[in-house]
Design a protein around this ligand. Structure first.
Ligand SMILES: [Zn+2]
Length: 96
């Protein structure tokens, strides 16, 4: 059994128990870089998403896989915390 599968199972258990990122350290940690997409697709399915970073709003495609609920939260340009910090710094500089 893969580690990813174990994490997903633990996440789903916490979601079903009514936990949120505020009450579950695991959910908080995972949701920093990922989004949870609950679906019942039995075959790989492409879905369009929006980058979750404020001021980006770039679209990107994710491939929903059977039995997988964790997908990237940010577009390819903002996958790392470093790139997001640069983006936020630029936004802050532009608004002053
Ligand atoms: Zn982005």
């Amino acid at each position: 059994m893969s580690t990813t599968g174990n994490v997903e199972r633990a996440l789903l258990t916490q979601l079903q128990a009514g936990h949120t990122a505020e009450t579950s350290p695991l959910l908080a940690r995972v949701l920093r870089n990922n989004r949870i997409v609950l679906h019942n697709y039995k075959a790989a399915t492409i879905r369009d998403c929006r980058c979750d970073l404020e001021g980006c709003d770039r679209g990107f495609a994710i491939v929903l896989l059977p039995n997988q609920t964790l997908y990237p939260r940010y577009c390819a340009a903002h996958r790392t915390e470093h790139r997001r910090a640069l983006h936020r710094a630029r936004l802050a500089a532009a608004s002053t």
